[in-house]
Every structure is written in C-alpha cells, then in structure tokens.
Design a protein around this ligand. Structure first.
Ligand code: ADP
Length: 600
C-alpha cells in the first residue's frame, strides 16, 4: 500500500511521542521473548525435570515480571501514540482552518458546505485512526517479528526458516488485496463526502423546497445517496473481511508447519522439550502483529483516502504565504523573504504625515467560474491615497466583486491591481491583508468573549488600545450594560447582538487593527436613528486619513466621499465628485433624485 510520505510530514514537530511509542513496542516484543523463555523453563523444570517447588520460584518470578513489563510497555506504546495523534490532530486542524481562512469566504462558499465539514471533521478523524492505530501497528508488525526471529534462529534454525519464509506472504497478500481495497475506500470516501454535502445543502434549502413542494423528490434523492453509500461500504467491508481471512490462514498454516516440524524432531530427540516449547510459545506472537495489521488496514486505507481531501485544502491555499499561517504563529516573527507592502509602517492616525499609496485597478476583469457574463470587465480606476472612494451602482453591478478582488478573496482573470505601482499579487496574501481592515455588512462574531472578538485583529494590544477602540466604535454604553462588561461571552453560548451592534464590534476591530487601507461595506440603514447616528460617527472617525473604499448605500456617505465610482454591468460608467456626477451620470442623477425625494 502506498503510505503517503506527506502523511509522515504531518507529524512534523511531534515526533517524540511516536518515537517513544515505537521504543515501547520494541521493548514489549523483547518482553514477549522473556515471557516465553521463563514459561518454557518453568514447564520444563516442573514436568520434565520434576524439580521441587522452591526451585521453580525464580522462573515464576521472571514470568510475572516479564508479563507485567509487557503489559506496561504495551499501554505506554498506545498512550504515547494517542498523545502524538492528539498533537498532530490539533496542529492539522489549525492548519486546515488557517488555509481555509486564507482563501477567504468565497472558497468556502464555492464548495458544497457539507464537503468542507466532512474534510474537517470526518477527515481529521480518519487521520486520527491512521496515526493512533495503523501507524503504531505497522511499526510493530515490522519490529516484533524481527526481534522474535533473532531469538528463534540461534536455538532452532529450522523453525526460524519456516517463520522467515511464511512471514513475507502476509504483507504480499495484503499488498495484493490492498490495491483493490484502496480504490474501493477512495470511492467510499468520495460517496460519503458527496452525500453529506448534498444532505446539508438540502437541509439548508428545506424551507425553499417545501415552498415549491419539491421535498418529496429530494427525499428519494437522499435515500438514493444513502443506498449508494451503503453499497460502497459493504464492498469495502467485504474486502476487509477477505483480507483478514487470508492473513489468518497464512498465520495458521505457518503455526501448523512449525508445530509439525517441532513434533517430528521431538520424536527423534533432535530437539529438547524446553526449546520446542519456547519456539511454539513464540510462534503465535510472531504472526500476531502481522494479523493485527490486517485488522487495522482499513483504518490505514481510510486515513490515506481522507488525506487526499485534506491535502487538497492545504495545497489549494497556494502562493507561499500559506506556510506562514500554517507553521508560524500569526504574531510570530516575520519569516525570511516576507515582503513589506509599499505602505510605510503600520500607522496610527496620529502618526502623520502619512505616506500612503494609491491603489489602481488596471484593465481588471473577473468572471465567476461557470458564468458567461463577466462580473467586472476591463475596469480601470484609482482609489486615491488617504481619501474616501465610494462605490455605487445598481445591484449586480460588480461592487462586491471589486471589494473581493481588493481583499484578495479572488484574483483577477486579467488585468492587475497595484498599490504604489506594484501588483498586490506579488505580496503574500497574509501580508497584504495585514494592511487592510475589512468591515463587512454582516460581521461574524465568534463564540468568545467580546474582548477576544475585538482583540482578534491585534492580539497583543494593550488594555488602553482596546478601550480606545471600544470608545471610538461607540460601544462604551453597550459594554457598560453587559453583565460581565467586555468579558461577556458572545454568540451561541452568550449574548446575541443586533446587526447594528455587530457592525460596531466590527468597527472596533478595524480601529484595533489600525490598517492603512479600509474596505467597508456600508451597513444599510437601521430603524433606530440614534443607533444609526452612533454608527455613522464611528465610521466617519475610522475613515479619517485612511485610504478607504466604501460600498455606499447611504446618500450622505456618497455625497461626502472624495471620489465616487459608478459601476454598471461590471464597468465603470462615471467617476468624480458628487457635483460632477450630477452633471455627467444619468444613473447617478436618477438614483440621487429618487432617494433624495424619499429622504426629504
Ligand atoms: P453587486 O455587489 O454590485 O450587487 P456583485 O459583485 O455581487 O454585484 O455581482 C456582479 C455580478 O456577478 C452579478 O451579475 C452577479 O450575478 C454575479 N455574481 C456575484 N457573485 C457570484 C457568484 N458567487 N457566482 C456567480 N456569479 C456571481
């Protein structure tokens, strides 16, 4: 079977427990020999030599000692393998979520939702079995028979040769069967991933399906998918049972051959009773790890199959910067070759004068996969440094696409986006995103305390900076009202915030991050005018002296922007100040007048 070298690379810095586990398993195999030697001696002395009971005591003592040591070492081997596995799993989980986060929300959305969760949960679990069960067993299957062979050869070469000749049959059969089982497990895995993806999508769409009276047909489709998974699983199990049967057979035949060979030589007195018993006692232990490997084979196969999806997620994150987010702590030292983006320094609003770089879109086009109409076509525009650029346009004009490109959630199909004259694609994604603060329309709050939710942008910030961000975002009053203040848990296990409150928390994050470039998807107006005013004030402060791109929904924001960019059908149709656009853009004039009337 193909044991992917990359699987071993996952062990990374957690080698110590695995090495300890192997050493314990090796030592346990030596104890097996001690057990067999003391037991054969004991039986020989008691029944053949008819020794007095007192003379048997040392053998009994040794046998008990070896048995206990064997048990202890076996336990230690398992415990260490599990300890190592937990570490690998934790690491891998972090790397996977890091890779997904780096690729942005569009990547997560581009896959059926269940598929990603299958990879994350079932996949990591399957790898768990690989590391905690299959891998230690594989090492044991190589080590224990070798140690036993070394013990048997000097005392009885004939049995040694039989063991040596039959042992390779087990891995040989396993490899033959394994090839077929591998393909089947792959298929089973694929079916499971597809089924859970499908199931989750159905579940999410259930109200819609009900609405259109389509739930019955989907019920049948789910039943079909379940049946396909059952068939695939049964096939895998059939092969798994067949392989254990074969392995048992080889083990049994081997043992029988040794028993016959020993029996014959005992009759002709070519072998002492004690040696014969010693070899016979060891024979089952010789085949045992190999047979058990057969039982763990399925775990190994499943782990290898699952790893393909896992590596696909890890690899997909691409462009070099992933290594940083994977291997190093986010706040860790800058890796070599980590380039600074051409913004000067990480700024505080007070640290004037700013040297900030203009962002330019040059002939940028983007089409969503599978869509014929480009979402943006040949867009050329500038977002001037230190000023506010408002993007406006009808729904579907490409505003969100423009924002996603700037946040590097997706890359342009053609054209370039530059910052200070250098394509932003030249910089590691993470370094780029360090310089961008993003306030989405529907910010996500984690099941953590409010403090951690705000601090996520800058974990090393001082209490003073945190409180300042809270104040700037207009959250002070809200925090005062919370039962445990800023340490109140948020989300499923805690307080739920309204949309407007969540947005102010996102603003506090942006204040904390204090990045030179601000990308803001302006909240659509709220019913509470007081809340709205607080929010607008906070946004206004945040935008000061920063290069800001704002997808604007409010007239006031658009009117006060330094530059307004009008997008229609993926193209820029007008750009300028409010006054200029009232003259030059029909869309702008119409939209403004319509809304203008409604707000008056
Ligand atoms: P806006 O934010 O101005 O409403 P978008 O940037 O969301 O516009 O969309 C621009 C175009 O791209 C629209 O025609 C929309 O249908 C299409 N589009 C947006 N997101 C996707 C997607 N994930 N897959 C396919 N097409 C999309």
């Amino acid at each position: 079977m193909n044991i992917d070298r990359r699987m071993f690379s996952l062990i990374g810095g957690h080698r110590a427990p695995f090495i300890l586990s192997i050493a314990a398993s090796g030592a346990a195999a030596v104890m097996v020999i001690g057990q067999a030697a003391s037991l054969s001696r004991l039986v020989n002395d008691a029944f053949i030599e008819k020794a007095p009971p007192a003379a048997l005591l040392p053998s009994i003592g040794f046998f008990a000692l070896f048995s206990m040591l064997r048990m202890f070492l076996g336990w230690l081997g398992h415990a260490e393998a599990n300890r190592g596995t937990i570490a690998v799993r934790k690491d891998l989980f972090g790397r996977l979520t890091g890779a997904i986060a780096l690729r942005g929300p569009l990547y997560a959305r581009s896959l059926p939702s269940g598929r990603l969760s299958t990879t994350l949960i079932k996949g990591v679990e399957a790898l768990d079995a690989y590391f905690s069960q299959f891998l230690p067993q594989l090492v044991l299957a190589l080590l224990a028979p070798l140690i036993i062979l070394i013990a048997v050869f000097p005392v009885d070469p004939v049995s040694g040769f039989i063991l040596l000749a039959t042992a390779p049959l087990i891995p040989l059969f396993m490899a033959l069967i394994g090839k077929r089982a591998g393909a089947m497990t792959d298929r089973q895995w694929e079916t499971l991933s597809r089924m859970s993806g499908y199931f989750l999508d159905m579940l999410q769409g259930l109200p819609t399906l009900k609405l259109f009276a389509r739930s019955r047909s989907q019920h049948d489709a789910i039943a079909d998918a379940g049946e396909r998974f059952r068939t695939a699983t049964m096939k895998v199990l059939r092969v798994a049972f067949l392989s254990s049967l074969t392995l048992e057979l080889v083990g049994t035949i081997g043992t029988a051959m040794i028993a016959v060979a020993i029996g014959l030589r005992l009759l002709t007195a070519g072998l002492t009773f004690q040696t014969a018993l010693f070899v016979l006692l060891l024979t089952p232990d010789f085949y045992l790890p190999l047979r058990q490997l057969g039982l763990k084979f399925h775990a190994g196969m499943e782990g290898t199959s699952a790893s393909k999806d896992i590596f696909a997620v890890l690899d997909g994150a691409g462009n070099g910067s992933i290594d940083r987010s994977i291997n190093g702590p986010i706040d860790g030292p800058e890796p070599e070759g980590h380039q600074k983006v051409p913004f000067e320094g990480k700024n505080t609003p007070e640290a004037a004068p700013f040297h900030r770089s203009e962002i330019r879109f040059e002939g940028v086009s983007y089409s969503y996969p599978g869509s014929t109409e480009p979402a943006l076509s040949s867009l050329t525009c500038a977002i001037p440094a230190g000023r506010t650029t408002a993007v406006t346009g009808p729904s579907g004009a490409g505003k969100s696409t423009l924002m996603n490109l700037l946040l590097r959630f997706q890359d342009p199909c053609s054209g370039t986006i530059t910052a200070g004259g250098r394509p932003i694609g030249e910089y590691p994604v993470e370094a780029w995103r360090e310089l961008v603060a993003w306030v989405p329309q529907h910010p996500f709050l984690f099941n953590e305390t409010l403090r951690l939710n705000i601090m996520m942008a800058n974990r090393s910030a001082t209490e003073e900076t945190l409180l300042r961000a809270v104040r700037m975002a207009g959250l002070e009053e809200l925090v005062d009202r919370l039962p445990a203040g800023i340490d109140t848990p948020v989300g499923e296990q805690g307080i739920r915030f309204s949309g407007g409150e969540a947005q102010r928390i996102a603003l506090a994050r942006a204040f904390m991050k204090d990045a030179p470039l601000l990308v803001l998807d302006e909240p659509t107006s709220h019913t509470d005018p007081e809340l709205e005013a607080t929010l607008q004030r906070a946004i206004g402060t945040l935008m000061q002296n920063r290069t800001t791109l704002i997808i604007a929904h409010r007239l006031e924001t658009i009117r006060s922007a330094d530059t307004i960019l009008v997008l229609e059908g993926g193209r820029e149709t007008a750009t300028g100040t409010h006054r200029e656009l009232m003259e030059s853009s029909a869309f702008y004039r119409r939209a403004f007048l319509e809304h203008g009337e409604s707000v008056q």
